[in-house]
Design a protein around this ligand. Sequence first.
Ligand SMILES: Cc1cc2nc3c(=O)[nH]c(=O)nc-3n(C[C@H](O)[C@H](O)[C@H](O)COP(=O)(O)OP(=O)(O)OC[C@H]3O[C@@H](n4cnc5c(N)ncnc54)[C@H](O)[C@@H]3O)c2cc1C
Length: 319
Amino acid sequence: MKILTIAEQKNNVLSNISFESIAAAKSLGGDICSALLGSDTSGMSTAMAAKGTKVFAFTHPDLKYFQDEAHAKIIKGLIDREKPDVVIGSATFYGKALIARLAAMCGGGMASDCTGLSLESDMVTALRPSYGGNVFFTVQSNDAAPFFLTLRPKVVAEAGDESGGEVVEETIDESLLSCKAKVTDHVSESGGKVSLTEADIVVAGGRGIRAAENFKLIEEMAESVGAAVGASRAIVDAGWVQYSHQIGQTGKTVNPKLYIAIGVSGAIQHLVGMRSSKIIVAINRDKDAPVFNIATYGIVGDLFEIAPALTKKFKEALG
Ligand SMILES: Cc1cc2nc3c(=O)[nH]c(=O)nc-3n(C[C@H](O)[C@H](O)[C@H](O)COP(=O)(O)OP(=O)(O)OC[C@H]3O[C@@H](n4cnc5c(N)ncnc54)[C@H](O)[C@@H]3O)c2cc1C
């Protein structure tokens, strides 16, 4: 079996999911290779090759920003040449767009947002959540074309170092770079702080904070523990926080080691985006709030007393 993983990078810095995809491929066995596209791939390709994979590096100034049309055309050429049985990308904004487009272009089967990959009777089997994480499906593909998968960040540990990797510098057919739309810049709303989908700790605020200016309670706690900042849709819709922080059905899915929900009721649409967090701490003054049904630890009380007190303790403990 041959497996192609697709690296994800931003500003020529690899996302952790690039290494997690390699680890997932290794767990299936077989020949592993990876596609890497960017405007300066040298450092990234070496880091990936150190994991034991054969890296096909496509370097061009026009590949500085992710553009699914150009990326898909280039990777389609690689798939036609290398003929992988399985293609693994990331279940992120980038990967979901790219892998779905590639699956359509190649006519392959697809399973998105996978939380586990295994071999069952020699067939690649993907585990994926549905109905807000209440049901898990196993998905296999009988197609001769590659089986396309997107892997949810942080469900697999990053691949360890391994010998045998190499970097192959690819030449790019310039005609593949011409797209209907051109991305000219990326502006980070969160000011380049911790990425929500990759964070080990997320501190999220909900309508219980009462007003936009109180969101600083959430930001201060997040900063004290090096966490990313999340939000419920209620406070995004109210205009208190930018949409990029929204967690849930119509926002981001996160999978941190620790999720601290402050003044969040725990509506199902919020829970689907964070319920797979390893440890969930909920702070809510209503002891019957649904968030306590999934919380590992619950604190019943006023967030305006508890959140600052916890932040103070975190700062004292962590310096
Ligand atoms: C199609 C659809 C998609 C949706 N997608 C999303 C989504 O992606 N993400 C999302 O979050 N929601 C989503 N929603 C909205 C969701 O249904 C809820 O309305 C929303 O999550 C509620 O946000 P909240 O918990 O902040 O607010 P509330 O439900 O109003 O909860 C506020 C909580 O704060 C507590 N509280 C109040 N004051 C204090 C205090 N002083 N101290 C401690 N606790 C206090 C209250 O007890 C309450 O539990 C979606 C809804 C629909 C219909």
